[in-house]
Ligand binder design. Structure first.
Ligand SMILES: [Zn+2]
Length: 354
């Protein structure tokens, strides 16, 4: 039945249940919260309940029947009165053309007579142009229509947009919920599950992005490269670019894969710091621990901080749509140099074990 597949956020469901039962639904909501915690899924479920043609009034109004034509159309992604838009993956900002086309389509008469609903993703990335085009409709929406805007943090929202929406905050999910959702995606390998839950930070979406075994395999290859006496930065960069290119021809897919890899490299450097401090590694499995130990022995904490800083800079460059191969080559060159300059570890860090 409706809502049973939405884990976490029970207080949000109850709050909307009360609002809908009292007939107090606003015409625009802004959902903010970490990436991958289910905000869009929540909005879609809410849209389904509002468009369902078999709900009864009162507190049951928020339980979609999952069987009527409207519910089936929403599930199939083809309901004519439900609009789902967002920033195209290869764009930096929300393009005005996408917004204009949407506003035109949204202004047409409702197809099934229960009003229209729009789920507008990537509200973080509105520019002034697309936001201004949206404002008038957001202020005076067609009767019976509802907007759900999805963003991450409140400070990334334009004031003009945010002041016209009811704010709803979403928190990270409990680890147990993340685990259950990963298991539903057939991730059953215990060690991988544990590792993903540790790294998820309450975001099943983030965990799923890292569930690809080839990412971990390639990270091992990089770590092995980083622990050699002479680091082959050119060779590592070449392998890294090839790895990113395996994601497909689209630059956006390659960028996403490179970002996921970068995230794992960052985790390995952070783990090296943990190991130096005598704590347990979070992202490494038992096969990787010797590599981590060797990395931790090679570079003092100050040096690892410098490595991390360089990785974080690279994350920004990838987000700015610089060519993936250039970013990767720059990173591998810098990491190679930093590690080779590392020199012997100060005595105070020697002799730890993992
Ligand atoms: Zn229904």
């Amino acid at each position: 039945m409706s809502w049973t597949h939405i884990l976490g956020h029970p207080e949000r469901v109850e709050s909307f249940r009360g609002i809908v039962a009292r007939g107090r639904l606003a015409h625009a909501y802004l959902f903010v919260g970490p990436v991958g915690v289910g905000k869009k899924l929540f909005a879609r479920e809410l849209a389904k309940t509002l468009l369902c043609e078999s709900t009864s009034p009162g507190r049951d109004a928020l339980n979609a029947c999952d069987q009527c034509d409207a519910c089936l159309l929403v599930d199939a992604g083809t309901h004519p009165d439900l609009f789902m838009i967002g920033r195209p993956e290869d764009k930096n900002e929300f393009p005005i053309e996408v917004m204009k086309q949407f506003l035109h389509d949204f202004s047409l008469k409702t197809a099934r007579g229960r009003g229209k609903i729009a789920i507008v993703d990537d509200a973080d990335d509105f520019n002034d142009e697309s936001a201004n085009a949206f404002l008038k409709t957001l202020e005076e929406p067609p009767p019976g229509s509802v907007f759900f805007l999805i963003g991450t943090s409140l400070d990334r929202q334009l004031l003009t947009i945010r002041s016209r929406c009811q704010l709803v905050r979403f928190a990270p999910l409990a680890d147990a919920h993340v685990r259950t959702l990963l298991q539903k995606q057939e991730i059953n390998d215990g060690a991988m599950l544990d590792r993903l839950v540790r790294l998820a930070g309450g975001s099943p979406g983030q965990a799923l992005a890292l569930a690809d075994e080839s990412l971990w395999k390639f990270r091992r290859e990089l770590l092995t490269g980083f622990t050699q006496p002479k680091i082959d930065s050119v060779g590592l960069a070449k392998s890294f670019v090839e790895f990113a290119e395996e994601a497909g021809k689209e630059a956006a897919s390659q960028r996403r894969r490179a970002s996921q890899m970068l995230r794992l490299i960052i985790e390995s450097f952070t783990d090296a710091l943990r190991v130096q401090a005598g704590a347990a590694a979070r992202s490494a499995d038992s096969a990787e621990l010797p590599l981590l130990a060797s990395l931790a022995q090679r570079a003092a904490p100050e040096k690892i901080h410098a490595l991390l800083e360089r990785c974080l800079e690279t994350e920004t460059h990838l987000g700015r749509y610089v060519q993936v191969s250039l970013v990767v080559e720059g990173l591998m060159d810098a990491l190679g140099q930093l590690l080779e300059q590392a020199g012997p570890l100060p005595v105070r860090y020697q002799g730890f074990s993992v």
